[in-house]
Design a protein around this ligand. Structure first.
Ligand code: NZQ
Ligand code: ZN
Length: 386
């Protein structure tokens, strides 16, 4: 187990009806906020009304920035920074999933930067200051509600990159699992695949002797699978929503990173190239890439892949290699069982596109820690995605 510092400053308020507490939380730092949200789901499921009621009751003024799209883009961030500066807001409230939260984190940083905040994504600017960020989560997937990362696509260069900064941690995130009853099945499944992948990227980074982390990680994945299976038939099962929500937060809030080497993140790097180019849902992209990556690298740490098969899927097989391969198959089949795509073809991407994806990913190769991947490795993995 490696040395670590664990410090996560985000306060989580979890439970049904808790959005009413938003205004009094925001009031600790802010009087006029930018209210950022997506393309309308919060107006249909009542979340918008709850948010606005709470802000008004607390006497918080707000200006709205609607229209954040999935796989959020830099131009929306620019629009938000301009509006935030013009309106002289002193805080940001993000209401939505990862796309809305990441857009908000980037606007919050861009508010204090005179250049183009894209600089933070390409290492030209280190974010040291952000507006205070408050979150009302409506989709459990990314963990962005309790981490310091943001992922944005530069639509001109087709780069989908992340920046991290301690000032990007939300001050408070409110997670009311019942507002996720309205999610389409595929979005629930996308969220589950993303959260599982976050755990796996850390679990398979090759660090030995992280027993407690491994147990926590396997437990999180089992809980995600169990709750998602229930939600596929009963989308308004509160306990399943609640368990999935908290599992997804824990998957990327630092808890599963402690004692490890920082994660592998190859699947994310490859997936970000796919969703940058073809605008598919991040979770769907991961369901395609992850089993292929596993097949390509399992020999690097065969015992760990066999353990994954046993602990997550109950595979009983004494031969390590057979167990490892069986675990990969079970994961892929589970993705299929919840309606996720597991090949590029499933999302309408032809194998003739592989070169384009490889070139995009190669802007950042080599990456990965279990196996360091060069451009040609990425091509081989993508061939396994067909
Ligand atoms: O636009 P709206 O109306 O909000 O609809 C959204 C959107 O269409 C809908 N939705 C959200 N909550 C809903 C709902 N529909 C009905 N009822 C609800 N309660 O769901 C759709 C997807 O939303 P989005 O925010 O795009 O999804 P997600 O949370 O999966 O975020 C994905 C983005 O986050 C990035 C991904 O790459 C992708 O761009 N990631 C961010 C990370 C982070 N900041 O830590 C890490 C991840 O690895 C990931 O890369
Ligand atoms: Zn992810």
């Amino acid at each position: 187990m490696k040395d670590f510092v664990f410090h996560n400053p985000t306060k989580i308020i979890f439970g049904k009806g808790r959005i009413s507490e938003l205004g009094s939380e925001v009031r600790r730092t802010s009087r006029k906020v930018l209210l950022v949200y997506g393309r309308g789901s919060i107006k249909k499921n009542g979340v918008y009304d709850q948010v606005v009621d709470s802000l008004r009751t607390a006497g918080i003024e707000f200006v709205e920035l609607p229209g954040v799209k999935p796989n959020p883009v830099l131009s929306k961030v620019h629009e938000g920074v301009e509006l935030a500066k013009k309106e002289k807001v002193d805080g940001i409230v993000a209401v939505g999933g990862g796309s809305t939260i990441d857009t908000s984190k980037t606007i919050a940083a861009g508010f204090y930067y005179d250049g183009d905040i894209w600089d933070a994504f390409v290492g030209r600017y280190e974010v040291k200051r952000s507006l205070p960020i408050y979150v009302v989560l409506t989709l459990s997937a990314t963990g962005s509600e309790m981490n310091m990362g943001a992922v944005i696509t530069n639509e001109e260069t087709k780069q989908k990159y992340a920046f991290v900064a301690p000032t990007s941690y939300p001050r408070v995130s409110i997670i009311d699992p019942s507002v996720q009853f309205s999610l389409p099945r595929i979005q629930t499944a996308n969220g589950a695949a993303d959260a599982i992948s976050h755990v796996m990227e850390l679990y398979f980074d090759g660090t030995p002797d992280v027993w407690i982390e491994d147990e926590i990680s396997e437990g999180i994945i089992r809980a995600i699978i169990r709750s998602t299976d229930i939600l596929m038939n009963k989308p308004d099962d509160y306990d399943a929503r609640a368990n999935l929500a908290w599992s997804a937060t824990l998957a990327l809030n630092g808890v599963t990173r402690t004692g490890r080497s920082g994660g592998d993140w190859s699947c994310h790097a490859i997936e970000h190239s796919i969703s940058a180019l073809y605008d598919i849902a991040h979770g769907s992209g991961l369901a395609i890439v992850t089993p292929a990556w596993m097949k390509y690298v399992y020999k690097e740490d065969i015992g760990k892949f066999a353990r994954f098969a046993e602990k997550v899927f109950g595979v009983e097989e004494s031969d390590e290699e057979r167990a490892a391969l069986e675990g990969i198959e079970r994961l892929k089949n589970w993705f299929k069982s919840v309606g996720l795509p597991t090949s590029l073809e499933d999302v309408g991407i032809s194998s003739t596109e592989i070169d384009k994806i490889v070139d995009n990913a190669a802007m950042r190769t080599p990456f990965g820690s279990l196996k360091r991947l060069e451009k040609e490795d990425v091509r081989e993995i993508l061939k396994l995605c067909v």
